[in-house]
Write a protein that binds this ligand. Structure first.
Ligand SMILES: [Zn+2]
Length: 108
């Protein structure tokens, strides 16, 4: 997956999570997506960046690899906080191994 596709995929997940949250909590107003600072960086996002209409990226102390829907409503953290996985933006493609070249010193 190229980086543009990963960003699109994450935006899709953010949008879906917000839609689900708003559906379950019609009195809440969601305004952001909470990400660990590490994830903001590796996804190539910026804190405060508006990624969807009315939705900004916010650094939080949450778990790396997941995101949180941020809203102005109250949640029972234990029961309702839904964390979603973000798509890995870092390539996990293996590099070809460098083969050691056999050889020795001296000439006996
Ligand atoms: Zn809420």
């Amino acid at each position: 997956m190229d980086p543009t596709q990963k960003i699109a995929k994450n935006l899709e997940r953010f949008a879906q999570a917000i839609a689900a949250h708003d559906r379950e909590n019609p009195t809440h107003h969601s305004w952001g997506i909470g990400l660990a600072p590490f994830d903001i960086e590796r996804l190539g996002l910026e804190e405060g960046e508006q990624i969807l209409p009315g939705i900004v990226i916010q650094a939080d102390g949450g778990v790396t690899g997941n995101f949180r829907v941020l809203c102005d409503g109250d949640h029972d953290q234990e029961l309702e906080e839904a964390e979603e996985e973000v798509v890995e933006a870092v390539s996990t493609q293996a590099l070809p191994a460098i083969q050691p070249t056999p050889g020795r010193f001296g000439d006996e």
